[in-house]
Design a protein around this ligand. Sequence first.
Ligand code: C5P
Length: 216
Amino acid sequence: MIIAVDGPVAAGKGTLARRLAGALGLAYLDTGSIYRAVAAKILAAGGDPEDHGQAVETARGLDPADLARGDLRREDVGQAASKVAANQTVREALLDFQRRFARQPPGGEAGAVLDGRDIGTVVCPGAEVKFFLTASIEARAARRHKELLQRGEESIYARVLQDLRERDARDSGRTTAPMKAAEDALRLDTSEMDADQAFAAAMAEIANRRGPSGAG
Ligand code: C5P
């Protein structure tokens, strides 16, 4: 079973995807961390994430161990990741890894939950269940701001809001694999939902799509 969870920054994808994977005994892949790892390596080498050749070379040489880098959650890495992610050749280079993870999850799990921007549309268009999480930009900025403060980082709400606007525009405006809901995705607006409510709504949809016997 493959479950796709797509949506913009701070809509609650990671929290939901991780919980679904835990509850259903599936493997979990945060596909954003792959683009972040490429971006982090370029920044650490003093490079430019918009340099086509460098981005492609870094993506092709990516090692799964790079997904455990300590600097992936930095805000500048997130911005650089969305620049790298607009590069079609980079996306093609990273596609195989994501599809292999979905088809043959590590640890022999019966399936996988992948979160990102294009899982339901490009990476796993045949996923059994697809979600597209949204939330107002203000709700998302407030969440991200709180998260940064909790991590002990400096954060200014207006700056976070601006960063989100830029990243949303870049991710949905790019020509290759833009962020968008698959036609058969369930849209969940989490602006007024907490993590428990989003999880309950998602589990109800999964039960619904699997049918009364729990199969299919
Ligand atoms: O989800 P996260 O914010 O960690 O992703 C970082 C960036 O990676 C996104 O802004 C987006 O540009 C890119 N990304 C993507 N496709 C995915 C996952 C992430 O383009 N499936």
